[in-house]
Design a protein around this ligand. Sequence first.
Ligand SMILES: [Fe+2]
Ligand SMILES: [Fe+2]
Length: 260
Amino acid sequence: MKILFIGDIVGKGGREAAMALTPVLRREYACEFCIANAENIAGGNGLTKNCLQELFSRGIDVCTAGDHVWDQKEFVTEIEQLTNVLRPANLPACQPGRGYGVFTTENGHRIAVLSLLGRTFMTVGANCPFEAAENIIPQIQKETSNIIVDFHAEATSEKIALGRFLAGKVSAVLGTHTHVPTADQQIFPGGTAFQCDVGMVGARESILGRAIQPVLHRFRTGMPARFTVVEKGIRLHAVVVTLNDEGRAVGIERVMRDLP
Ligand SMILES: [Fe+2]
Ligand SMILES: [Fe+2]
């Protein structure tokens, strides 16, 4: 089975591009399930139920989040009504929402998605992602061997370390958060597809989806600046992972597509 995994969708422009391109890519690559990181869909910061429902209407099955999960205050209550939206599983257990779920694909296969947050160079206080994975994955394996991990983290070293830690235990460890796709797609021994970062759905003429000038100003002067999202000239980054009947990855392919 093939799974489409889309990187961080940024703002309205990213959302519209994901809505236009997801059905096309699903068809083109014959994917029966689609996961997207949606932590930046609401104006670049956080998620809302309305924005998520737009994505779900166009072929995205499950959305993951990250360090921006609570940026929109209404989402703290909304997340409880959304069974196919995940926040990092290694956030404190008292936080709302869930960190993993088991879902059914278009063709009736069971598939689990687990969201984890990194700790290196990250400001959000998360528990150890390795320990969380170690505790959660055996529970998931009772239900399915098709397991996709979204590791939302900054450092490539931490991402590769988690990928190696979970090699042979899950179907794929795919990185999000940096908004820049990496060219290191690989299948680790044991059949775990890996890529440090899938990238984003955001503007080509931008700095990680934000307008160039304010970001430059902040870097050069150290002064605060409002980072606006660029909504035009959107490029989508994703990967297509192919799994065999045992839930082992047999292929991983990078996808890059400009919104016409
Ligand atoms: Fe992030
Ligand atoms: Fe992001």
